[in-house]
Design a protein around this ligand. Structure first.
Ligand SMILES: *[C@@H]1O[C@H](CO)[C@@H](O)[C@H](O)[C@H]1NC(C)=O
Ligand SMILES: *[C@@H]1O[C@H](CO)[C@@H](O)[C@H](O)[C@H]1NC(C)=O
Ligand SMILES: *[C@@H]1O[C@H](CO)[C@@H](O)[C@H](O)[C@H]1NC(C)=O
Ligand SMILES: *[C@@H]1O[C@H](CO)[C@@H](O)[C@H](O)[C@H]1NC(C)=O
Length: 176
């Protein structure tokens, strides 16, 4: 690769990465878990499921998945035809991405993804109730242009690494 290419493209790459990096996002929906009659889900609301004033997290839209498996958020993020904005919120300053999972005997019952103001720093917190129900809350900070951090693994990518990955990805793409 001649040096000239780098001189020409690097500012553009930086610019594109900056654009992509503009607004970090979080996933934002509730996967209701195993659900009896999938065609019924459109009639459901958070209010009908958990009521108005309580501590159980719930975020519309409510989502069911084929075979009631945990949502494939990577596919959701990568699927351009999906109406993705419906399932995303903007991680504005002061907010974090949060993922609440209700886990019973190792099985995930439901998951709520959201943007929220939380006092906790990044990481996962578990609470076990007397019934054996475990509630796990994972807090994280999304990076611009990357898949929202509350999608899955709890690994943290620093901002610098995020930018580097973005540059690398674009660079490889341009050199295809
Ligand atoms: C599922 O829900 C739909 C919509 O509410 C209803 O029309 C249908 O009869 C239900 N099917 C079963 C098997 O309960
Ligand atoms: C998630 O599962 C827990 C335990 O079964 C339940 O109490 C809660 O209402 C569920 N949340 C939603 C949004 O359905
Ligand atoms: C993308 O989303 C659309 C609309 O939900 C769906 O019909 C399609 O199968 C999805 N494509 C992939 C590759 O998941
Ligand atoms: C978060 O911190 C603020 C200010 O320190 C405090 O007023 C608030 O009660 C805290 N909220 C929770 C849920 O701990």
């Amino acid at each position: 690769m001649p040096l000239k290419f780098h001189r020409l493209w690097l500012p553009l790459l930086l610019f594109v990465c900056h654009l992509l990096a503009d607004v970090p996002q979080c996933f934002h929906f509730t996967w209701v878990g195993a659900y009896e009659n999938h065609s019924n889900i459109i009639a459901e609301t958070c209010n009908s499921r958990v009521g108005d004033f309580n501590d159980i997290p719930c975020e519309e839209p409510l989502v069911v998945t084929p075979d009631d498996t945990v949502p494939d958020v990577k596919a959701l993020w990568q699927n351009a035809t999906e109406d993705r904005e419906n399932f995303l919120c903007q991680m504005s300053p002061g907010r974090s991405c949060v993922k609440y999972s209700y886990i019973f005997k190792g099985g995930i019952q439901n998951i709520t993804y959201m943007c929220a103001n939380v006092n906790n720093s990044n990481g996962c917190y578990r609470q076990t109730h007397a019934t054996g129900m475990v509630v796990e809350a994972c807090v994280c900070t999304s990076q611009v242009g990357l898949i929202p951090c509350n999608g899955g693994s709890n690994s943290q990518i620093s901002g610098a690494t995020g930018l580097a990955l973005c540059l690398l990805g674009l660079y490889q793409w341009l050199n295809k």
